[in-house]
Design a protein around this ligand. Structure first.
Ligand code: SAH
Length: 459
């Protein structure tokens, strides 16, 4: 697999100082999965091209160098040696460590300068096709050219050229994060440290990328808890630049202390992540409010049908307006239905769906009506996946603006501790033949836990 980086900055050979690799030499580096070679097909005043050639050793991969003694891959015949995958990212991080970190001994003044750069990546696996390539790179300001797939036989691989004016460290960071996103194959190196790496490499540009959530989830290989954690951290970064207004609830009032927009965002991203990973196509959003979750789900064709249900007609009207339901193209519009209904009465319209999300709703129900709600969802509607989120009361002490013993919102009938939520959810799961697992949403406090708690019920 081959990555080239070219510049026409004058003198172009400064690229060698920025990459910390001499243009006159061919160098080789040993990596856990093979060898990386760095050389310069061209290096003069006008133009300098650096090449990183990765020679992945499939035998080495199978034998493996993992600490747990298992191979990195299970068989010898695979595409790994020939495609740009997470191995290329690892090579970038190891071979061009100082350039990626924005350090240069000889040319420190050039580190933050936008240079005319052109990168090519050969044999980039690209399951989402060209549209995905463009969605990932164009928002970063690149002129994107894609080659390959000229044959009748459609190919998973593309050759990509990116042209732009930007600091070299940024280009490397974009590649480092987005190549594994495109590959979407197993990264043997995904673990908790990856969250930090992603935030470190992605921080500034990823926080405002329109595909931020998708990139984060793919990069972290659909591990929802990791993705949620990273999204929460990225949301924090974004808030450094533009302070986000506190959330506004359905009645147009400020929504209590707990709802800064970024917690809302993290919540929607977490729920959408679980739904996406589940493969569900027909979704119920129970207590859909203004349609925030629906808006989050709409861009993904996976969700063929989304039904929002709410007890408040006024809220449904707001949702319809916000989602621009009247103005969506026909096929898009057909995917969304908004229903007026109460979740405490059996409703046959809710039967036959793959998944239901109940986001920040149960705490609005009278405790005496919870049993009725349970039956409506778990006994009658009975989707194979149900996601329930609710505030974690233990976290309330961390909200300065919230007097002790007050709930986060005037309309909340209760707020549960983690133990209370788990007790309810475990019992519901047992009664109706589901298993419940728990995931934190938002920044987790060591003592008090996350601001929002989420239970995922599956049967
Ligand atoms: N899920 C949305 C809205 C949460 S606010 C979001 O996270 O943005 C709670 C919503 O539940 C309100 O819109 C309220 O009208 C709705 N709701 C409360 N009790 C309900 C009931 N019994 N049946 C249906 N909807 C209800």
């Amino acid at each position: 697999m081959l990555l080239t980086i070219a510049t026409t900055h004058r003198p172009a050979t400064d690229l060698g100082f920025l990459l910390h690799k001499h243009p006159g030499r061919v160098q080789a580096f040993d990596l856990a999965f093979g060898k990386a070679h760095v050389f310069y097909p061209r290096a003069d005043e006008e133009c300098c091209v650096a090449a990183l050639l990765l020679d992945v050793d499939p035998v080495e991969l199978v034998r493996g160098k993992r600490r747990d003694g298992r191979g990195l891959l299970v068989d010898y015949v695979n595409d790994r040696p020939y495609v740009a995958s997470s191995f290329l990212s690892v090579a970038i991080a190891q071979v061009f460590a100082s350039a990626l970190g924005g350090r240069s001994k000889e040319r420190p003044e050039l580190v933050d300068v936008a240079l005319p750069l052109e990168a090519t990546v050969a044999a980039l696996p690209c399951r989402g096709g060209e549209t995905l390539l463009r969605r990932l790179f164009e928002p970063l300001g690149y002129c994107v050219t894609i080659h390959g797939d000229d044959d009748d036989e459609p190919s998973r691989y593309r050759n990509l050229t990116l042209q732009g004016e930007l600091p070299l460290a940024q280009l490397l960071a974009h590649l480092y994060v987005l190549i594994p996103v495109l590959d979407n194959d197993k990264h043997y190196w995904v673990g908790d440290a990856e969250v930090e790496k992603l935030v470190a490499r992605g921080g500034d540009w990823l926080a405002s990328h329109p595909e931020r959530d998708f990139i984060t989830r793919r990069y972290l290989r659909h591990r929802s808890s990791l993705a949620t954690q990273a999204l929460a951290q990225l949301a924090d970064e974004q808030s450094d630049e533009e302070p986000l207004a506190p959330g506004v609830n359905v009645d147009g009032e400020t929504a209590g202390p707990e709802t800064p927009v970024r917690l809302n965002d993290a919540r929607m991203a977490a729920v959408a992540g679980v739904l996406r990973d589940s493969g569900a196509a027909r979704i119920l959003d129970l207590g859909c409010g203004e349609g925030r979750l629906i808006r989050e789900l709409l861009p993904f064709p996976q969700f063929k049908e989304i039904v929002g249900v709410d007890a408040s007609v006024r809220t449904i009207e707001i949702a319809a307006r916000r989602l621009k339901l009247g103005r969506l193209p026909g096929a898009q519009q057909d995917r969304v239905t908004l229903l007026h209904g109460a979740l405490t009465y059996r409703d046959r319209r809710l039967e036959g769906y793959d998944a239901a999300a109940v986001v920040e709703v149960i705490e609005h129900l009278d405790p005496a009506r919870l049993r009725a709600f349970e039956k409506v969802v778990f006994q009658f509607a009975r989707p194979r996946l149900v996601i329930v989120t609710t505030p974690n009361r233990e976290y309330n002490v961390l909200f300065d603006a919230l007097p002790a013993d007050r709930l986060r919102h005037a309309d909340h009938r209760f707020e549960w501790t983690r133990a209370e939520f788990a007790e309810w959810a475990d019992r519901v799961a047992a009664d109706w033949g589901y298993t419940a697992t728990y995931q934190p949403v938002g920044e987790v406090d060591e003592t008090h836990g996350p601001p929002t708690q989420m239970a995922v019920f599956e049967r």
